[in-house]
Design a protein around this ligand. Structure first.
Ligand code: CMC
Length: 432
């Protein structure tokens, strides 16, 4: 949604002046529409890291980085985290409105109906070596759904797309939990469809055939909130990857698989695992906080404070505020005086009073405290980013669907400014 706007931006190139339309979003955010720029002027724009580029208009989520606010379809994430469950949030993100009771039950039933995987897929899991990272398994197995569930792989067919959405939402927790079981050599635990989305995932992760598994309700609730908080965040790296790949009209499963790969990197979703690695390293090195703050500031050293900083937030990440509160509650109840949590808070305090971090507006992001909670829940470090992927899934799906339903959808195909050699004579191998 953008309002019609008479205002234009004027661009002067040499003796020529061009008018570019200005689009205004519902929150007053503004964009210069350069859709006709190349056709009109023969110029492209150059924008390293896409810091100023909006590849699309979207109604899904609003991030106010200056004020630290995040809303899904207009609803504050704090309200959703308090009053919704994850499946309800997924419906909201994908279809645009909060479901009524009947719509929600239909949606839950459709998702529940698809939690099992094709039995042949067990062989895909067993082909991975021991200790394979679960993110590698997750992306590969999600990609393999394109062949196992190929009757929902046609993106142009609306009914198939709908079926693909139910399937990916239903099967991702199963694939995620099987990836973990595969990585530790335990038998797969099949989904139990009478359980909620979060209960089912914890059951598949932690139950074993030989014993009764009792899951603490606090862990189910914490997981529910964490998944909601991770569910959507606009044009982040993985969502852009899903859209970029999906824009070619490849099936949903392949597009989500690309998003999982993008998320794995330490600068994106991989930061939650990297953050706990960093905290453990600092702890093992005698809690020398000053030393690591100095390293993070040193431009000649690649070390960065993981879980700190954000392209959009120039204020406290609102997700980190909620996550820190949950961490407090769980630490008090299950891990009194967790030294890692205590040290993380000290590190935050030192960083937030350091001019380097103040000037650059670097605050804790969603990944700084989430690992503290996962540790208490018994989730191993290499599953942290898998949990991020489970949470982000509805956001990926929502953008994929919005893109395909948009009139005039086009393949994503950026340009580049070529700075290589001009045409030159080929030199045969013998003369090189
Ligand atoms: N530690 C030390 N310095 C930092 C950090 C950090 N974590 N983050 C940014 N800076 C510095 C950076 O060196 C640069 O300094 P200067 O202006 O002197 O060159 C300045 O702050 C601006 O940073 P940038 O790299 O231009 O910012 P960016 O928007 O390109 O990168 C980021 C954003 C999240 C990749 C980066 O802040 C970072 O690497 N953080 C650590 C990794 C992390 O926590 N990632 C999770 C992000 S939130 C979850 C998600 O969406 O994936």
């Amino acid at each position: 949604m953008s309002s019609a706007n008479e205002e234009t931006a004027k661009l002067t190139i040499g003796d020529n002046e061009y008018e570019l339309p200005i689009r205004v979003g519902t929150e007053g955010n503004r964009a210069i529409d350069i859709g006709q720029l190349y056709a009109q002027t023969g110029h492209i724009t150059l924008d390293d890291g896409f810091a100023n580029t909006g590849p699309t208009m979207s109604t899904i989520c609003y991030v106010d980085g200056e004020n630290g606010a995040l809303r899904y379809r207009g609803y504050r994430i704090q309200d959703l985290a308090e009053q919704c469950d994850f499946t309800e949030t997924a419906y909201l993100l994908i279809y645009g409105e909060l479901p009524n009771a009947e719509q929600l039950e239909d949606f839950r039933a459709n998702v529940r109906n698809h939690t099992l995987l094709h039995e042949g897929m067990r062989r895909v899991f067993s082909g991975f070596p021991p200790h394979a990272h679960p993110m590698a398994i997750l992306s590969a197995v999600v990609g393999a759904l394109a062949v196992y569930d190929k009757d929902s792989a046609d993106t142009v067919d609306l009914a198939q797309s709908e079926l693909a959405i139910y399937r990916i939402l239903a099967k991702m927790p199963t694939i995620a939990a099987f990836s973990y079981k595969q990585s530790i050599g335990q038998p797969f635990i099949y989904p139990q469809n009478h359980l909620t989305y979060c209960q089912n995932f914890l059951h598949m992760m932690f139950a074993v055939p030989s014993e009764q598994y009792n899951m603490p309700v606090d862990f189910v609730n914490a997981l529910n909130v964490l998944l909601i908080l991770h569910a959507e965040h606009g044009q982040n790296c993985s969502t852009s990857a899903v859209q970029m790949v999906g824009s070619s009209n490849v099936n949903l499963f392949s597009s989500i698989s690309a998003g999982i790969c993008a998320l794995w990197g330490a600068l994106h979703g991989g930061a939650n695992e990297a953050c706990i690695d960093m905290l453990e390293m600092i702890m093992a090195d005698g809690r020398q906080l000053g030393k690591y703050i100095d390293l993070a500031k040193d431009k000649d050293n690649p070390f960065r404070l993981m879980g700190f900083g954000h392209r959009i937030y120039k204020n406290y990440d609102p997700r980190a505020t909620v996550i820190k509160e949950i961490a407090h509650r769980l630490v008090n109840k299950y891990a009194a005086d967790d030294p890692l949590f205590e040290m993380a808070q000290e590190l935050e305090e030192v960083a937030l009073s350091d001019p380097y971090f103040i000037e650059r507006k670097l605050y804790p992001n969603v990944d700084f405290y989430s690992g503290i909670i996962y540790r208490i829940m018994g989730i191993p470090k290499n599953m942290f980013t898998v949990l991020f992927a489970l949470g982000r899934l509805p956001g990926w799906v929502a953008h994929w669907r919005e893109m395909h339903l948009a009139p005039g959808k086009r393949i994503h195909r950026p340009r580049q400014l070529y700075t290589g050699h001009s045409e030159r004579e080929f030199v045969p191998l013998i003369k090189r």
